[in-house]
Design a protein around this ligand. Structure first.
Ligand SMILES: [Zn+2]
Ligand SMILES: [Zn+2]
Length: 335
């Protein structure tokens, strides 16, 4: 069964004639909702318990250099996979990369446990298409007015939307990805990659300490706690930065920048910059704005492994620049 959210009127879908049936933009089936619920419980709810378990495990084994290295290392690998791979390469095609580099980035992003690459891309392209309007999978601004509406919106956009949501039709939203056989193969193995992301810190924790408690600490800190921390920073972009922060550039939705979180979010917190210039591989847009995702892409470019990085011109940026007034917590979409 499909929802008639907004039929695609493009010529290849049959257009207005209905022959063949217009391609749907979203798919709504009990089977897909079952998969969503399973994914939500396994990879969104379970890491919360994993984080609590990691803290409780401090009574057994204190947080040492091995725990820190596994947490930090896996957090960087998966965080860069999401921002440079899932987001900047596959969703927005802000640069081109050697096929094996693209595959490695897809695997790194998959280990984050935020969905298989094709679904993630389709959802995020839909977010850009409908940002803060009905159809946006995770807007915090559509749950009513007043403080209770805002709170409901934040809870929805940060976490609750993932329980059950319209599934964007990948034929419509990610036709380029489903034609890429190598990438589809990576996407099909998604659950295995998440498992690998848990196995690596477990094995390393065991080997580095030559102990079973080290292996458990590796699983808890480098696996579940890392997943928990990265998820909440990525989700905070969807939720808080569509409500609070500063706005540097004109854009039709309510996106904001949160510059102080730039390092922590691998540059993703320049979210208003990103909505204003979605095809830019740099989200900071200027060298002095911290953007680790872009640093990785630049490094790949220097090594000849990435190319076609196109930043918006000074004129384009100047044309969209707001007067410098920041809006904290306001509805800047109307400003
Ligand atoms: Zn985006
Ligand atoms: Zn956004």
């Amino acid at each position: 069964m499909t929802t008639d959210h907004e039929p695609d009127r493009s010529p290849e879908s049959g257009g207005e004639t209905g022959k063949p049936a217009p391609r749907r933009k979203t798919i709504d089936s009990p089977y897909i909702h079952r998969l969503q619920r399973r994914h939500f419980l396994l990879f969104d709810v379970l890491p919360i318990f994993g984080m609590v378990g990691a803290v409780a495990f401090l009574f057994v084994r204190p947080f040492g250099i091995v725990e820190f290295a596994l947490l930090f290392g896996m957090w960087v690998v998966t965080g860069l996979g999401v921002t440079a791979g899932y987001h900047r390469l596959f969703t927005h095609r802000t640069f081109k990369a050697a096929p094996w580099v693209a595959s490695v980035l897809a695997v790194m992003g998959s280990m984050a446990g935020q969905g298989a690459v094709v679904s993630w891309v389709a959802l995020h392209r839909r977010h850009h298409e409908y940002s803060d309007r009905p159809g946006d999978p995770h807007s915090p601004n559509l749950s009513g007015a007043g403080w209770s509406g805002r709170l409901r919106g934040l809870m929805h956009s940060h976490f609750l939307w993932m329980r059950r949501h319209e599934y964007p039709n990948v034929v419509h939203y990610a036709p380029d990805l489903i034609k890429d056989r190598r990438l589809v193969r990576v996407a099909r193995l998604y659950y295995w990659w998440v498992g690998l992301g848990l196995l690596i810190p477990t094995v390393l924790g065991g080997l580095l300490t030559m102990s079973w408690t080290g292996a458990v600490a590796g699983l808890l800190w480098g696996g579940f706690a890392r997943m928990f921390l990265l998820e909440h920073t990525v989700w905070a972009i969807n939720s808080f930065l569509h409500m609070f922060g500063t706005r540097a550039y004109e854009s039709r939705e309510n996106s904001h920048n949160g510059g102080i979180f730039a390092l922590l979010t691998f540059g993703e917190s320049w979210h208003n910059n990103h909505h204003a210039f979605p095809t830019s591989p740099s989200f900071g847009l200027h060298w002095y704005r911290l953007d680790p995702g872009y640093w990785l892409i630049k490094t790949l470019a220097l090594l000849g492994l990435a190319w076609d990085l196109e930043l918006p011109s000074d004129e384009r940026m100047a044309a969209k620049r707001l007067s410098g007034k920041s809006t904290v917590g306001g509805n800047a979409a109307a400003a």
